[in-house]
Design a protein around this ligand. Structure first.
Ligand code: BGP
Length: 464
């Protein structure tokens, strides 16, 4: 459906971009910070570890000034749990809290609304050693940690995000560095995270009635490979497993019926304690945040048939014999790193979420990972501009369709380390001068996309 006239973005539309603590901060063991699972994991060969990252911990004021120069209305960052509570459930580290308090003040100084993720793939290693999310005690540790944040930072942060891409931790734990396990264990961990999230949303609402909180899964429209009804059904099931499980609970407080049956079929139903379902039911998010990189395509995978193995990456659909098989989409181009590009799917995804839940939406990640070249202090990243322009256009079409979108964050504000593909896969508007194994001077350079995005923000999305 085409529109003759596009509706404008809202007046106070939150234009911005995102990062996550372990991917930018560095200072991995400074000022009392404890290790997280990201510090402790086996690093993918030929990629950097996360010890220095872009050294944002020591460049914070300079980095926020650059975002302010672009005119950011919001900045999405995450708090490192093990910087605030080094072992996850013990003493609070005042220096850790101070860093985030300063970061928030620095944003507010420029009128940038902080959009804070409390947990982005970096569970404290201390908790991982006690069983991580499989151990029910992690629920209480998470609730306590979030209460510390609400009590200390809740006077200045109006928008909170609970868990980044919980669905990708379950479906693609190897890629995002949170580890793989059996289906039974993964969905047990998932259940504990869902209960923890519900308790945290309730606590947030009780303590801070004026603020808003929501989940931040990675959501993408799932296409059937063909119009064969079996492929359509496989896509429908995969959509429920990948997308609706997480949002049905955050909004309606119920397990998705198809996923429940799928878990039963796979002997992977989570063990529950009495009262868990009531806890899930008692909580409701205020808005839905979601990350979008591309659409997914799947086909049927009847038991006993030959199919190539599923790909293990957060943007490449998984396969499971008897249920669904991830597939490429021959209509879509690829990035240098093998992710397909589908701006139209972005509009579809926005409309699917909005028509199912009718909650205000904010996009918390969308962007292109590419190999950038620094030449004479400049980076000509027209490919990133094209990607973002095409996605913003589609978001504008979705807004014109009637979807309530109140903000958009690209991934990422400045260069950072990819979850599993190192420093050469860059996403930022700001180039950071380092390579995977050469820290160089970590100097910041404005890319062409920096100036372009500044114009987008200044025109509230009209000048693309
Ligand atoms: C999302 C994560 C981010 C980020 C992004 C890009 O899944 O929330 O942390 O890394 O994907 O992915 P990658 O770094 O693998 O290219």
């Amino acid at each position: 459906m085409y529109h003759k006239k596009l509706k404008p973005f809202k007046e106070n539309f939150l234009w911005g971009s995102a990062t996550s603590a372990y991917q930018v901060e560095g200072a991995w063991n400074e000022d009392g910070k404890g290790p997280s699972v990201q510090d402790a994991k086996v690093i993918v060969p030929d990629t950097s570890d996360f010890k220095v990252a872009t050294d944002h911990y020591h460049h914070m004021a300079e980095d926020i000034a650059l975002l302010a120069e672009m005119g950011f209305k919001t900045y999405r960052f995450s708090i490192s749990w093990s910087r605030v509570i080094p072992d996850g459930d013990g003493e609070v580290n005042p220096k850790g809290l101070q860093f985030y308090s300063d970061l928030i003040d620095e944003c507010l100084k420029y009128g940038i609304e902080p959009l804070v993720t409390v947990y982005h793939f970096d569970l404290p290693q201390g908790l991982a050693e006690k069983g991580g999310w499989e151990n029910r005690d992690t629920i209480a540790a998470f609730v306590r940690y979030c209460d510390v944040l609400f009590d200390n930072l809740g006077d200045r942060v109006k928008l909170w995000l609970t868990i980044n891409e919980q669905n990708m931790m379950i479906l693609h734990g190897a890629a995002v560095g949170t580890g793989e396990s059996t289906l039974k264990s993964l969905y047990q961990q998932n259940h504990h995270m869902l209960v923890a999230q519900a308790l945290v949303m309730n606590s947030c609402h009780e303590k801070l009635p004026h603020v808003k909180i929501g989940p931040a899964p990675n959501i993408s429209a799932v296409y059937p490979k063909s119009n064969n009804p079996a492929d359509v059904q496989a896509a429908d099931l995969y959509t429920a497993i990948r997308n609706w499980l997480y949002l049905d609970i955050a909004v309606y407080g119920v397990y998705n019926h198809q996923v429940w049956a799928y878990l039963e079929e796979n002997d992977a139903l989570p063990d529950m304690e009495p009262g868990d379902l009531e806890i899930l039911k008692s909580a409701e998010c205020d808005f839905i945040a979601f990350n979008y990189y591309n659409s997914s395509t799947v086909q049927a995978y009847p038991a006993g048939t030959e199919r190539k193995a599923g790909k293990k990456d957060q943007q490449l659909s998984d396969s499971q014999e008897g249920f669904f098989a991830g597939s490429d989409n021959e209509h879509l181009p690829y990035t240098e790193f093998g992710w397909q590009i589908d701006p139209t799917g972005f509009r579809t995804t926005i409309n699917q979420i909005y028509s199912r839940y009718r909650k205000p939406l904010i996009v918390t990640e969308n962007g292109l990972g590419g190999i950038d070249k620094l030449e004479d202090g400049k980076v000509h990243d027209h490919y990133r501009i094209d990607y973002l322009r095409n996605h913003i256009e589609q978001m504008n079409l979705a807004v014109t369709d009637g979807a309530d979108v109140f903000g958009y964050c690209t991934w990422s504000a400045i260069d950072l380390i990819s979850t599993h593909q190192g420093f050469r896969k860059r996403y930022g508007f700001v180039y950071v001068n380092r390579e995977d194994f050469d820290l160089k001077d970590l100097k910041r350079y404005r890319k062409d996309s920096f100036y372009w995005y500044k114009g987008v923000i200044a025109s509230n999305g009209e000048n693309l």
